[in-house]
Ligand binder design. Structure first.
Ligand SMILES: Cc1cc2nc3c(=O)[nH]c(=O)nc-3n(C[C@H](O)[C@H](O)[C@H](O)COP(=O)(O)OP(=O)(O)OC[C@H]3O[C@@H](n4cnc5c(N)ncnc54)[C@H](O)[C@@H]3O)c2cc1C
Length: 370
């Protein structure tokens, strides 16, 4: 890349903070830095022509965990860890809504549901048994019961009789949310450069030199918000996790409205107007889906279509309009990692499957490390 003197001078000279990644986390990091440092030069570098990880690819659930997922988490984390994580997700959702406004992100408080397949009687009964306990754990935070047993009024087929309803869950328009964040960043004098891959960095005494291929510049602080692409940076604490999705063509008289979970969050669907977006099934093929390569596979797409046809829309003709994938960042624990790596380098990654909720908080925490 041969840059002009003007380009070097305006974009790459006297840079105070460089953020790698323009997803939810990176943009919130930049905005929080701007709140703290009014006159600093803040630069965001993004390898994709658009943000190209999970933030523009996701399902738009404004959620903090389904009942079966929370019960599963309680098996692997302490009660305190689980409540702290849910609290962070809940606070993160409020921060996102406050920062951008509900109309900008098209927030719809339709509530969320969990359904259980007929074959999962054990999981269903376990959830019903532990529902009062989980509500007790969450009551100090929500001051009400979060999970309520409800009769299925959606005519799902091959499922247990009741659903679990969560009135605190909502849905957003992911594209609108990311556009609003990008506009907010530009309005706050944050420079965003797309199609720029950070290929290396080298720490010096008072700064970091950052390489974009054959071009190198200096920044006082370097902050990575690269989530699923941070395996090397974090020494394996984060692994990429591809998630595949499909969306149907419009379905006349669609009666499904809200966000829906199946099997500990491994499957999720929602309405978008009169279409259904459906994603998941990563657990059918964990090894293949542990990748930073975008793409769709038959094993997963066929399973999504099967469940759509047999369970979710059993008596409805539908056609699939579009399919895509995104890359999440997962790890052995569900708690994100926000860390100072060295004197001038930091990272905030491993947002798992609930980055819409937690991204704003992780961005803030990352910026506040500086
Ligand atoms: C299909 C799917 C459905 C999901 N559904 C939901 C949902 O409904 N609700 C929810 O809360 N969460 C959901 N998630 C998870 C959520 O989208 C993520 O947790 C969140 O977007 C993570 O944000 P991030 O900014 O940390 O990471 P990302 O959005 O992945 O951003 C990281 C960015 O870093 C860039 N980058 C990486 N390496 C470099 C480099 N070397 N140089 C320059 N740039 C680089 C990438 O291109 C990327 O844009 C879903 C994810 C997927 C994939």
């Amino acid at each position: 890349m041969q840059l002009s003197w003007w380009e070097i001078n305006s974009w790459f000279t006297n840079v105070d903070y460089t953020i790698v990644g323009s997803g939810i986390t990176g943009l919130h990091t930049a905005l929080r830095l701007r709140e703290r440092f009014h006159r600093s030069k803040i630069l965001v570098l993004e390898k994709g022509p658009l943000p190209q990880g999970a933030s523009t690819k996701n399902a738009g659930f404004a959620c903090f965990g389904s009942l079966s997922e929370i019960i599963d988490d309680l098996n692997n984390h302490t009660e305190e860890e689980v409540t702290a994580l849910i609290q962070k997700r809940w606070q993160g959702l409020q921060l996102l809504r406050k920062r951008l406004g509900d109309s900008a992100i098209d927030f719809k408080p339709y509530g969320g549901y969990e359904l259980f397949l007929e074959s999962d009687t054990a999981g269903y009964e376990n959830c019903l048994r532990r529902l009062p306990f989980v509500n007790d754990v969450l009551r100090p935070l929500f001051r009400a019961d979060v999970f309520v047993k409800e009769t299925d009024r959606f005519d799902f087929k091959g499922t247990q009789d009741s659903l679990i309803f969560n009135p605190f869950e909502g849905q957003i328009d992911t594209g609108a949310m990311m556009q609003a964040l990008l506009k907010d960043a530009v309005a706050n004098n944050i420079l965003i450069l797309n199609s720029q891959t950070v290929t290396a960095y080298h720490e010096k005494n008072d700064s970091v030199s950052v390489s974009l291929g054959d071009f190198t510049f200096s920044t006082k602080k370097l902050l990575f918000a690269t989530n699923g692409f941070a395996a090397q940076l974090t020494n394996g604490a984060v692994k990429p996790a591809r998630a595949q999705v499909l969306i149907t063509e419009p379905i006349p008289n669609l009666g499904i409205k809200g966000t829906f979970h199946i099997d500990r969050g491994y499957y999720y669907f929602r309405n978008i107007g009169n279409r259904i977006l459906f994603g998941g099934a990563r657990n059918l093929d964990f090894d293949v889906e542990t990748t930073t390569d975008f793409g769709n596979t038959n094993i997963i797409q066929n399973q999504l279509e099967k469940l759509l046809r047999e369970v979710i829309l059993p008596d409805t003709d539908f056609t699939v309009a579009h399919r895509w994938s995104g890359i999440m960042g997962m790890g052995p624990g569900k708690v994100p990692v926000v860390k100072q790596l060295s004197e001038h380098v930091y990272f905030g990654v491993r947002l798992g499957g609930m980055g819409i909720a937690i991204g704003s908080m992780i961005g803030k925490e990352l910026a506040d490390l500086v």
